[in-house]
Design a protein around this ligand. Structure first.
Ligand code: AKG
Ligand code: FE2
Length: 308
């Protein structure tokens, strides 16, 4: 099920890329910038380096920098009309949209413990390409060029891999993030439901082998996953320390905003097209994160993972 969802997601990410990221146009612009700069001659080497870098990644502003500790950062953005295409749940469906980042919800120590759960689970499988997922809810685990069900595959042995304490921590972290989102958007936490897919991701610089490995395409979570109303990301490793590249980018018209991952940093946002985003390719090292997603529709709610 989750594998199918991930496949659907990847397909949709592909079309999101075609619509939202005209790579050819962008590199053409870069080339033109360089040509003019060379012809004029007067431009300094420093300016050239700056213009080619910003044209390449489109970065204009850092929303959350690695190394700083953000108490609460919230930026409101106008809601897209995306929610109108779905059943409305008053008191939950976004009327106020935006994005927030907090380093004060989950401690670095908690993030490190959660990361060890991810490492343990993912060490049982892993994609041949650069992006592996582990979904503790459905059991989906990347293996080679496909997915297996961890619970089916390992049966009772799963209790040698994960403990009740692991799952209790996972649940507690999820609850605190849910409360943070509710508080930021002025809704009741009990009106939101965890939804699927909610999963760990492990990304390295290995070349993609299938479309499942192509995590870098610009996309809109609500379009990709349907049930999402609020998306959150808990980062489990540090940008520039554990991996290079791999920043999260909100793709706003004319000015992108980046979030630099660091262990314990929570980023959250409404899932509609007001928050088109992408993840930069990871150039070195390994990046760990969890995507924790919420819906307002109780029919799309899922439970916390349980040790079977
Ligand atoms: O890991 C990230 O920073 C973002 C992942 C993402 O966009 C997603 O899972 O939909
Ligand atoms: Fe996303």
């Amino acid at each position: 099920m989750a594998a199918a969802a991930v496949r659907r997601r990847r397909r949709q990410q592909g079309s999101a890329l075609r619509n939202a990221d005209p790579q050819g146009e962008r590199s053409g612009r870069l080339w033109a910038v360089c040509f003019v700069a060379a012809a004029v001659v007067a431009l300094s080497g420093g300016l050239l380096a700056w213009s080619s870098r910003s044209a390449e990644d489109g970065v204009a502003e850092v929303l959350a920098r690695r190394g700083e500790t953000l108490l609460d950062k919230f930026v409101e953005v106008p809601c897209s009309g995306d929610y109108d295409g779905y059943r409305r749940f008053e008191g939950c469906t976004p009327r106020r949209c935006g994005r927030g980042v907090s380093d004060a919800v989950i401690t670095r120590e908690e993030a490190e413990r959660i990361r060890r759960i991810a490492e343990r689970g993912l060490s049982l499988g892993g994609s041949d390409g650069g992006a592996s997922i582990l979904d503790l809810h459905s059991g989906a685990l990347s293996l080679g060029k496909q997915f297996v069900n961890l619970y089916r595959y390992f049966g009772d042995k799963i209790q040698d891999i994960f403990t009740e304490e692991d799952f209790a921590l996972y649940r507690d972290v999820r609850q605190r993030i849910q409360q943070k989102i509710a508080e930021a958007f002025g809704i009741s936490s009990s009106s939101m439901y965890l939804t699927k897919p909610t999963f760990f991701s492990r990304i390295n610089s290995t070349e993609a082998k299938t479309t499942h490995d192509e995590y870098w395409h610009p996309h809109i979570d609500k379009e990709t996953y349907g049930s999402f109303d609020y998306t959150s990301l808990l980062y489990l490793s540090d940008y520039a320390e554990d991996f290079g590249g791999g920043r999260f980018v909100f793709m706003d018209a004319g000015s992108n905003k980046t979030v630099e991952p660091q262990a314990g940093r929570v980023s959250f946002f409404t899932s509609g097209s007001e928050n088109l985003h992408r993840v930069e390719k990871v150039h070195w090292g390994t990046r760990y994160a969890i995507t924790i997603s919420f819906t307002c529709n109780p029919d799309h709610g899922i439970g916390d993972p349980v040790l079977m």
